[in-house]
Design a protein around this ligand. Structure first.
Ligand SMILES: [Zn+2]
Length: 270
């Protein structure tokens, strides 16, 4: 680093992009999740989910969709966070810590909304509707000021809550589990002839977390947990990947070779 007058210049935060790891990535992932851009567990690894979350945020805010968190994207995130400080109304499709908090409150009140995962899905929606019905509120499934006030009334027992899956072991919440014949590949030309070095079928850079499947079996964009591999996104396709087959992308050729062929469990996440 260039120093001027003997003192190091104040460190600009580094740009974050696919492949970055560290506590700044953890912080970024927490912010993205809070803002409703789901990037999975805050594991400090900038992988495919974090990349999709960044691109989605950039798209929604008219920024260049390069998946790189530089000064403009960083500024945008802090502005969004500042606006979010005022409580937002929650409804189906929203994600974040405030949704997780809502789910805890619903459970404490005896309205079953499934696991506390910070995702406002159909079960949370029906729990909110049931709460509204039971308390004579307008039944719209939206958590606004009145529903929020109702939730805060005499929440004496806090109940037990389930921690969201950390992604390091089989998920507790999934829509189905498939046993599939798995192979592995990497981004090299040998693994990808004639597409070496090119992004996946849906345009994500190849790397850990990208898997190829038959879109008739698992639609593109589906989030998966693959036994022995971890969290993944169905983002690629291949000529040989037909039916009950899955191809796992590894960061390097050696790891892909080492994997060989295995029968593994694939969890389809909701
Ligand atoms: Zn390879």
């Amino acid at each position: 680093m260039l120093t001027i007058g003997g003192t190091a210049q104040a460190a600009e935060p580094r740009n974050l992009a696919w492949g970055c790891q560290g506590s700044d990535v953890v912080e970024l992932q927490g912010q993205l999740n809070d803002l409703g851009y789901n990037c999975g567990p805050t594991d400090g690894i900038f992988g495919p989910l974090t990349n999709s979350a960044v691109v989605a945020l950039q798209k929604a805010n008219d920024l260049a969709q390069d998946g790189v968190v530089g000064s403009l994207t960083r500024k945008c995130i802090s502005e969004l966070k500042a606006n979010q400080a005022t409580t937002r109304n929650l409804k189906q499709g929203y994600q974040g810590n405030d949704v997780a908090e809502l789910q805890k409150q619903l459970k404490a009140k005896g309205f079953d909304c499934g696991s506390v995962d910070g995702i406002f899905g159909p079960r949370t929606h029906s729990a909110v509707i049931n709460l509204q019905k039971a308390n004579g509120l307008i039944v719209d499934g939206i958590v606004g000021p009145q529903t929020r006030a109702c939730l805060l009334q005499s929440t004496s027992n806090t109940g037990s809550t389930t921690e969201p899956s950390r992604g390091s072991s089989a998920p507790t919440r999934y829509s189905k589990v498939l046993t599939m014949k798995a192979t592995a590949y990497c981004s090299c030309n040998k693994c990808n002839y004639p597409y070496g070095g090119q992004p996946s079928y849906i345009g994500l850079p190849l790397g850990q977390g990208i898997v190829a499947v038959d879109p008739k079996v698992i639609p593109m964009g589906t989030r998966l947990y693959v036994e022995g591999y971890g969290n993944a996104i169905a983002a690629d396709q291949g000529n040989a990947i037909v039916g009950n087959r899955i191809d796992l992308c590894y960061p390097d050729h050696q790891s892909a070779l080492k994997f060989g062929i295995q029968n593994i469990k694939v969890y389809v996440l909701p």
